[in-house]
Design a protein around this ligand. Structure first.
Ligand code: 3PG
Length: 213
């Protein structure tokens, strides 16, 4: 199951990292993501609205790959999956959370920032991890250096990525996708600027296409 999910995420190329303060915005946001050409979202458990937003996105857009981000506890993982999340992303590496997700057959992508954490992830059988916070932790150079040692590991860099630096990340064979919030900023959502979001999503989808050609 995990393999299929990471393959689909790789095809999409960029996962919008979303913070929704109000679940009422989820439907419009989903429309902008679908029409813009990035049919995926990592809805972060940083707000009370996360669970309901995941539910709304999953129900209204069955073709969208909806996951939960900033998952810190097994209880949040359960709530996310119950709401319809197809994958779990965590900012850090918590073996307990990873093992819990594995025991329930939930695809999980924990955050790592060092060779030791990658070693821990490999020990648990993972081959896809999030690299967070990417730009502050050495960016692409760090991924390439760590990737040279951990040859089977694929990374999802997130944190500080935007339209101007995402191409270089996408071109790396070590990277299966990039995460970012630049096209779905909190204030744009709160102010209902969904046309703007759609345009930025379109631009991001176009960047994926040209980076891979
Ligand atoms: C994350 O949760 O992965 C990051 O906060 C997203 O980082 P960005 O806002 O710098 O894109």
């Amino acid at each position: 199951m995990s393999k299929d999910i990471w393959r689909k995420i790789e095809e999409i190329g960029i996962i919008p990292v979303v913070v929704l303060n109000d679940a009422k915005d989820a439907k419009d946001l989903g429309k902008a993501l679908m029409e813009g050409g990035l049919p995926a979202a990592e809805v972060t458990f940083r707000t009370e609205a996360a669970e309901e937003s995941i539910k709304i996105l999953s129900e209204n857009y069955p073709d969208m790959l909806v996951g939960a981000g900033t998952v810190l506890t097994t209880e949040q993982a359960d709530r996310a999956v119950k709401a319809g999340a197809k994958f779990i992303v965590a900012p850090g590496f918590d073996p307990e959370l990873v093992k819990y997700c594995q025991s329930k057959d939930i695809p999980v992508c924990p955050g790592i920032q060092s060779p030791s954490e990658i070693t821990g992830a490999i020990k648990l059988g993972l081959d896809h991890v999030k690299f967070f916070p990417a730009e502050n932790s050495g960016g692409l150079k760090m991924i390439n250096a760590m990737g040279a040692a951990f040859v089977n590991m694929k990374f999802m860099p997130t944190g500080g990525i935007n339209a101007s630096n995402v191409t270089e990340y996408l071109k790396s064979p070590k990277i299966f996708c990039c995460g970012g919030s630049w096209m779905v900023k909190k204030d744009m959502i709160a102010e209902g600027r969904f046309d703007e979001i759609k345009d930025l999503v379109k631009e991001a989808a176009e960047i994926v296409r040209s980076a891979r050609n």
